[in-house]
Design a protein around this ligand. Structure first.
Ligand code: TPP
Length: 430
């Protein structure tokens, strides 16, 4: 993963090439190719005051906590007493690695919608959120629970202390939710398991559906599949006058199950050149890894804040580009070969999770893909790491909330999420 500022395109000449170092610098010219990437430094700075950074961070902290809790805990979901090994599920199933990135993108999609709703005096754009990595079910379930959609459709999981206990226990548990997004997941339009189709289905969803914007998360591993590779061209079949728009977000967390992804080995210039060639305007949103941590990417609060400002400005930019293209087509002055926006998001795999186990990096490496501490119920070191990890989210603050009410509405920490409850929610999973 790259270790440079969020606003500069990476051309680092890393000679050592292991599982956590930055991509080897390409031979492409920064002067030529670098100009193709959209720069938003001023917009990020100017927008800072108006961004609800606390709301965005609270949503992510809560959904990240719930994602990790679902993978590991069968009791003591709110950590109201010290964790015991007996609280840990006997069979650990699920995928942690892409959860924090998905929670981040979901938070920003919600945020964009609710901001637009406010700006237009109540008219909320219709959005779908389609994800390729359907194994990130703990993330999607967390978002759906926090915003109230789960409780609305499944009253057996109320917004109460008892409800959280039941909800957390139900993941990958007999009679509960499966480890991948399935047809029972609220808003799901495709069952998960097989990578490759998120982008094609997203384009299908907007055809002859002029008011819909589908935010499509493509995992960098998924992007290597044949079906995804051809689907990048699908915008060429979208008539902005009578169809909606897809906003693809290529989620480069750098790794698939046990190896680097191809996009994870490409520097920003290579990614910019590739996706510009497909016909998109490329905006790269990048986590600025702490340089003091050598080559191992490591999350911290300051960088979490910065990438949230960056993403908020980038989503605004993407939305306005989509509207520009649509307004032109719908007012009789269509743009020839419009260049639709794409976001390329680089975040550490397993972001905010355990940093290392027995000296090996977990966060920012393939080891974060599935269950990062698989022997937490029996191994003392892993148990301790799990407890520390969960406590870092400060659940005692997160759940000091109106969630104690039996009401099915989202609580205040989500700030902006209510808009999504009554909107179309699409969760596609492979
Ligand atoms: C067609 C297909 N091939 C292989 C797999 C096995 N598989 C499951 S997850 C995964 C890696 C996915 O990587 P990515 O899309 O980057 O997701 P993330 O890293 O965000 O978890 C693979 C190869 C699959 N589910 N479908």
């Amino acid at each position: 993963m790259p270790a440079q500022a969020t606003t500069s395109l990476s051309t680092s000449s890393t000679s050592k090439y292991d599982a956590t170092t930055a991509p080897v610098a390409s031979q492409l010219s920064k002067e030529v190719v670098g100009k193709l990437a959209v720069q938003l430094d001023k917009e990020i700075q100017d927008g800072k005051e108006s961004v609800d950074i606390e709301g965005l961070l609270a949503f992510q902290r809560l959904t990240n906590y719930l994602s990790a809790a679902q993978i590991f805990l069968r009791s003591n979901a709110l950590l109201t007493r010290p964790l015991e090994k007996n609280d840990i599920k006997r069979r650990l199933l699920g995928h942690w690695g892409s959860c924090p990135g998905i929670n981040f993108m979901y938070a920003h999609t919600n945020y964009l919608m609710s901001k637009r709703e406010k700006d237009t005096g109540g008219e909320c754009p219709k959005f779908l959120f389609v994800t390729g990595p359907g194994h990130a079910a703990p993330a999607l379930l967390s978002c759906l629970y926090v915003e109230g959609s789960i409780t609305r459709l499944y009253p057996q999981y109320p917004m109460s202390v008892q409800g959280v206990e039941k909800f957390v226990r139900a993941f990958s548990f007999p009679g509960g939710w499966p480890s991948h997004v399935n047809a029972e997941t609220p808003g799901s339009i495709h069952e998960g398991g097989e990578l490759g189709y998120a982008l094609a289905v997203s384009y299908g969803s907007v055809m002859d559906n002029p008011d819909l914007i589908t935010v499509c998360v493509v995992g960098d591993g998924e992007s290597e599949t044949g079906p995804t590779a051809t689907a990048w061209h699908s915008h060429k079949y979208v008539d902005p006058k009578e169809s909606g728009a897809v906003l693809p977000i290529l989620h480069v967390n750098g790794f698939k199950i046990g190896e680097r992804t191809i996009p994870g080995t490409m520097d920003d210039l290579e990614l910019t050149a590739l996706y510009t060639g497909y016909g998109y305007q490329v905006r790269i949103v990048e986590y600025d890894f702490a340089p003091s941590k050598e080559s191992v990417p490591s999350s911290d609060h300051e960088h979490d804040v910065e990438i949230n400002y960056n993403m908020a400005a980038s989503m605004e930019w993407a939305y306005s580009e989509i509207r520009k293209i649509q307004d032109a087509a719908r007012s009789g002055k269509p743009i020839d070969k419009p260049r639709w926006p794409i976001l390329i998001l680089r975040t550490p795999k397993g972001w905010t999770g355990p940093k290392k186990l027995s000296g090996n990096p977990i966060e920012g490496s393939w080891r974060a893909h599935q269950v990062p501490l698989p022997a937490a119920a029996s191994d003392d070191e892993q148990f301790k790491l799990l407890e520390e990890w969960l406590k870092e989210y400060k659940p005692e603050e997160l759940f000091d909330l109106k969630i104690t009410s039996a009401d099915s509405r989202a609580h205040d920490a989500t700030h902006k999420s209510e808009a999504l409850i009554d909107s179309t929610v699409g969760v596609l999973a492979e």
